[in-house]
Design a protein around this ligand. Structure first.
Ligand SMILES: [Fe+2]
Ligand SMILES: [Fe+2]
Length: 164
């Protein structure tokens, strides 16, 4: 049986991740266009959640949301090639995973989501359907953000995410 979209549940899982102060450092870096990495991760989490709910297969919704929130937790400006951040596309999933492990207790699905989200650029494919979902949502959101087409339904209020 399919789950229904429950934005209250989505916000509950996101806000639990946002309790960790380190996560807010992602707001100091631009991902695409004028979108910060934190906003990008929230957008990917939301799109992944919608895809997961609509999937004909059973997926772990909580892992999808948490993995997506942490998939780009690399904490540097990837546009600055002079600061040694070359090969960003290949390297950042492992950096994000190492950072995420320091602050969160991750299950195997969440770890796979983070470390495989750049597939097929990084050659080893994801192990779980949840990881494929986040990888597709990440690419979709990135294109929308680059061309300034992404409209968010959310805003941060006192470091918590809320529906607008
Ligand atoms: Fe990424
Ligand atoms: Fe991303």
């Amino acid at each position: 049986m399919r789950d229904n979209i429950n934005l209250g549940y989505f916000l509950e899982v996101i806000n639990d991740v946002l309790k960790e102060p380190e996560i807010h450092k992602m707001d100091n870096f631009i991902q695409h266009g004028n979108i910060t990495t934190l906003s990008h991760c929230i957008a990917v989490a939301y799109n992944s959640y919608i895809m997961a709910v609509n999937s004909p297969f059973r997926v772990c919704l909580k892992s999808v949301i948490r993995g997506a929130m942490l998939h780009d937790f690399f904490l540097y400006d990837w546009h600055d090639k002079n600061k040694g951040f070359r090969w960003h596309g290949f390297k950042h999933p492992k950096i994000a995973l190492n950072n995420a492990k320091k602050f969160f207790d991750l299950n195997n699905i969440e770890k796979d989501i983070i470390v495989r989200h750049m597939w097929p650029l990084t050659v080893i494919p994801p192990k779980y359907l949840e990881s494929f979902i986040v990888s597709i949502a990440d690419k979709t959101v990135s294109v929308l953000e680059t061309f300034k087409l992404f409209k968010s339904k959310f805003q941060m209020i006192n470091r918590k995410l809320a529906l607008i």
